[in-house]
Ligand binder design. Structure first.
Ligand SMILES: [Zn+2]
Length: 96
């Protein structure tokens, strides 16, 4: 069982949440100018990080709001939780 700390509701069981993929993937400014390959990369290509990974979660059984989590993909340990729109927190060991 993983406890996820929703920024609005506090710690809850992971069964109350749904995973939303990689965080900080910006929608293209002018999608009509993208080639099929560029559009495909935006839609389908994501990092496959071993270690700390920034990802989106939604508290679907609670406040129903999206937020971001820094989670270690090896240990499942959650290093930080932050609201959508906030910058990614810096962790000890991050490259400067
Ligand atoms: Zn919540």
């Amino acid at each position: 069982m993983i406890l996820i700390s929703c920024p609005n509701c506090g710690s809850r069981d992971e069964t109350e949440f749904h995973y939303g993929g990689q965080a900080h993937v910006a929608y293209p400014e002018d999608p009509n100018t993208l080639s099929d390959e560029e559009w495909g990369r935006y839609l389908f290509y994501r990092e496959n990080t071993k270690g700390i990974f920034a990802e989106r979660w939604v508290h679907s059984s609670g406040c129903r709001k999206w937020f971001n989590v820094l989670r270690d993909t090896v240990t499942y340990r959650i290093a930080a939780v932050y609201r959508t729109g906030e910058p990614r927190p810096t962790l000890d060991g991050d490259p400067q």
